[in-house]
Structure formats: C-alpha cells, structure tokens
Design a protein around this ligand. Structure first.
Ligand code: FAD
Length: 159
C-alpha cells in the first residue's frame, strides 16, 4: 500500500469542511481541516487532527483553545484561503464566540478549550471541550475525492 492509495481511500469518506481558528495574543490564525469529529456528549468533546508541518499546531499548543467553523456551501473561497491555496494575504474578519475567533456565516461555530493532546504519527490530535455553539440555517460545503461538492436533493435515498 503506497501513500497515494491511502490518500485515495481516505478521500472516499465524504466530509464537511471546517476552518479551525485560534488566537495567540490577539493574532488570529486559521486553517482548513476536514479531520474533525464528535467524541463525547457528556462532557461535550470534539477532536481535530493537525499535521506536524502546520503553523497552527504550535499556536493551538500556546493558546490551549480553538474554534471549529463548519463551512456553508457558499464559503468555498474561505476553505481555499485557509488551505493556503490562494497566493497572497486576504483580509478575513472574525467574530467572537466565548472569546474565540469564529467565521460569520458558518453552518456551525464551536468554541473549544483543549482538554488533551496526543501525538500520533505525523499528526497531533487535539481533544476540545466545547464551551459554546452558534448555528446558522444553511447547507454545508462537502469535500469528496479531492473535490468540493454541494448537497443535492435530486436523488434522495428513501429508507
Ligand atoms: P498557513 O499555511 O500558514 O495558513 C493557511 C492559509 O491561511 C495561509 O494562506 C494564510 O495566509 C491564511 N491565513 C491564516 N490565518 C489568516 C487570517 N487571520 N486571515 C487571513 N488569512 C489567514 N491539514 C491538517 O493538518 N488537518 C486536516 O484535517 C486538514 N484537512 C484539510 C481539508 C481540506 C479540504 C483541505 C483543502 C486541506 C486540509 N488540510 C488539513 C491542509 C491544510 O489546510 C494546509 O496544509 C494548510 O495550509 C496548513 O495550514 P498552516 O497552519 O500551516 O497555515
């Protein structure tokens, strides 16, 4: 099994797209991520997975907090910006939720405090205790097989 086959297989798992954001001394840094899931209901915990080369890694270790912003279907540009796939700096304004930087218009904004971190291979898993949530009624952005998609009601699966 080579790296490409592993990546291709993982890409077959359709996900939403998030921007993880953190704030160190008033300096906000964001990063696009789809390695996100819910961990526990009581207490309310989520997990994110950050690559060892990502600049946000040290920032989250310092701030011990982050936000998760689940992007809406019309926020693909934000995903591209925070994946570093657009040349040059783009000004992005952040709102605040429980003092964490969050993106307006996201389907869900979650404010989190780091409750644990685990180094696993070339990524670090951060467990976040969710301290506040804000929801917006909008369709999510979807990522599948390396491409952005939108939800479609054209062929709904009936159970
Ligand atoms: P940088 O490369 O320094 O920042 C990323 C970009 O965000 C830069 O262009 C920077 O200018 C911009 N930026 C940062 N803060 C601000 C701000 N305040 N205002 C305006 N612009 C700003 N990597 C993972 O580790 N885990 C994942 O789960 C993951 N999932 C991904 C899912 C998708 C769909 C994609 C496209 C990429 C994913 N990546 C993931 C890769 C990751 O997004 C990139 O490698 C990213 O560039 C690494 O971020 P960095 O912290 O090194 O930040």
């Amino acid at each position: 099994m080579d790296d490409r086959q592993f990546r291709t297989a993982m890409g077959k798992f359709a996900t939403g797209v998030t921007v993880i954001a953190t704030d160190v001394d008033g300096d906000v840094h964001g990063m696009t991520a789809n390695a996100f899931m819910s961990v526990s209901l009581s207490p309310k915990l989520v997990v994110i997975s950050i690559g060892h080369k990502a600049r946000i890694l040290e920032k989250i270790k310092q701030s011990k907090s982050f936000s998760v912003n689940i992007l809406a279907a019309d926020q693909q540009e934000l995903s591209i910006i925070f994946a570093g796939q657009i040349k040059g700096h783009r000004e992005v304004l952040f709102d605040r939720l429980d003092d964490k930087p969050v993106l307006a218009g996201a389907v869900a904004q979650m404010a989190c405090e780091v409750s644990a971190e685990y180094l696993e291979g070339d990524h670090t898993l951060f467990i976040g205790k969710v301290t506040d949530i804000q929801l917006t009624d909008a369709d999510p952005l979807i990522f599948y097989s390396g491409r952005y998609r939108a939800l479609s009601n054209e062929n709904p699966v009936t159970i």
